[in-house]
Design a protein around this ligand. Structure first.
Ligand code: FAD
Length: 383
């Protein structure tokens, strides 16, 4: 793998850095306190092309490779994980999955809006009773001539209250386990679908997380994404790439922790010297820096595999596992460098830690990533 960025990749990285410093960083604390990012950010993300990365220009995308996508995702994660998550879900889990699995009509209907930011997508897999064991989901889609009637509840859905379309996973046949699951594209204004905001999150407070309740929601058969009964494969392919995106966001969190810790350590004096001069403070900073580099290299390797059309799912699990745990460690170490000031939200590191924590939980917990990697290594499923 060539670790030198191309001219285009460097340009997109610079664009993302400037965008974050101008449009996100100045508002982060207010959005966190208000428990809502300014929705206008979605349109701005669309205008700059970040909601269409890797999607063909034919469908309104801005093209580019997956390393460029990771560079942008890292910068967004450095700025605000709530905003990063909006992109990772609407583009990463919904638009990119639609581009990979959708029919021509579905692509023309949804992709231009999703890539421009005129529309927002959400990914409806998790249910109150099935999280890690997603293949046993119980939401049902019962076929009645040319429509499906959907009943069930989805939980913790990122972008849920904002979204115009949900990529929904529901059981549509009696085949056991994940073999009975199908994927559907459901407009969120369909009668019978209600949404409730999940309040009181530890982190990602600016993000619209929701519970979606489907009561006799009628969905045309044309909304089926991929073949009937192949929905779990659709979900798993989306999540494998999604894990690369989460990992890149975690690199951004860890980088923000490093920048903040180095800056503060140079200014804060204790025992007559900047705390940067104390060896144990240098140890904290060094540990963050090593985590940043290791997480970034693992993530770039996944992007390189994706761009070369090679298998990447296990490497994505490794990157997500390591980067999410590294982001929690890095933010915790940065908070330690800040001492008591790290514990109040006048300073940025407490939010980094709160935002990092969920990365070890969603798109497969750290335990689930270990089981995926373990299965790939041993050939034995230990789920
Ligand atoms: P559980 O599956 O109940 O797990 C509880 C604990 O048991 C965990 O520690 C887990 O690792 C462990 N565990 C479970 N099974 C095993 C096993 N076989 N071996 C060892 N340990 C095991 N979902 C969506 O579909 N779309 C979204 O957009 C989305 N966004 C989210 C946003 C936020 C802020 C949050 C918090 C969650 C989001 N999720 C979303 C849901 C997320 O993916 C799930 O929370 C996650 O998969 C874990 O499921 P669970 O919470 O039900 O935990």
């Amino acid at each position: 793998m060539n670790l030198e960025l191309t001219e285009e990749q460097t340009a997109v990285q610079r664009l993302a850095r400037d965008f974050v410093d101008r449009e996100i960083t100045p508002h982060v604390r207010d959005w966190d306190r208000a428990e809502a990012v300014d929705r206008g950010i979605v349109k701005k993300l669309g205008e700059v092309g970040f909601l269409g990365l890797t999607v063909d220009e034919e469908y309104g995308g801005s093209g580019g490779d997956h390393l460029a996508y990771c560079l942008v995702t890292e910068e967004l994660g450095r700025g605000d994980s709530s905003v990063r998550g909006i992109v990772s879900v609407s583009l990463g889990l919904v638009a990119k999955t639609l581009a990979a699995w959708g029919g021509e009509e579905q692509k023309r209907r949804w992709l231009p809006g999703l890539t421009s930011g005129a529309l927002i997508g959400c990914f409806g897999l998790t249910e109150p009773g099935t999280g890690s064991d997603a293949g046993n989901l119980v939401t049902r889609a019962v076929r009645e001539s040319d429509t499906y009637v959907v009943n069930g509840t989805k939980m913790f859905i990122t972008n849920g209250t904002w979204a115009d379309v949900v990529l929904l996973f529901a059981r549509s046949t009696d085949a056991p386990g994940h073999r009975g699951v199908s994927a559907f594209l459901v407009p969120t204004d369909t009668p019978g679908l209600t949404r409730r905001t999940v309040h009181g999150k530890l982190g990602l407070r600016g993000q619209a997380t929701a519970e979606l309740v489907f009561e006799d929601v009628r969905v045309p058969a044309s909304a089926l994404l991929g073949e009937e009964g192949k929905g779990f494969s659709v979900a798993m392919s989306a999540l494998a790439k999604g894990r690369m995106s989460v990992a890149a966001g975690c690199v951004g969190i860890a980088q923000a922790a490093l920048d903040a810790a180095v800056g503060y350590a140079g200014e804060r004096e204790q025992f007559g010297t900047p705390i940067a001069g104390h060896q144990l403070v240098q140890e904290l900073i060094t540990d963050i820096a090593v985590d940043v580099d290791a997480a970034r290299l693992l993530t770039w390797r996944v992007a390189d595999l994706v761009d070369r059309g090679l298998p990447f799912a296990t490497e994505a699990s490794k990157a997500k596992l390591f980067a999410s745990e590294a982001a929690v460690r890095a933010a915790g170490n940065a908070l330690q460098v800040f001492g008591g000031y790290g514990y109040i939200d006048e300073y940025p590191v407490g939010k980094l830690l709160r935002d990092a924590r969920v990365m070890t939980l969603y798109e497969g917990t750290s335990q689930i990533q270990k089981l995926l990697i373990g299965r790939a290594l041993t050939g034995v499923s230990a789920f």
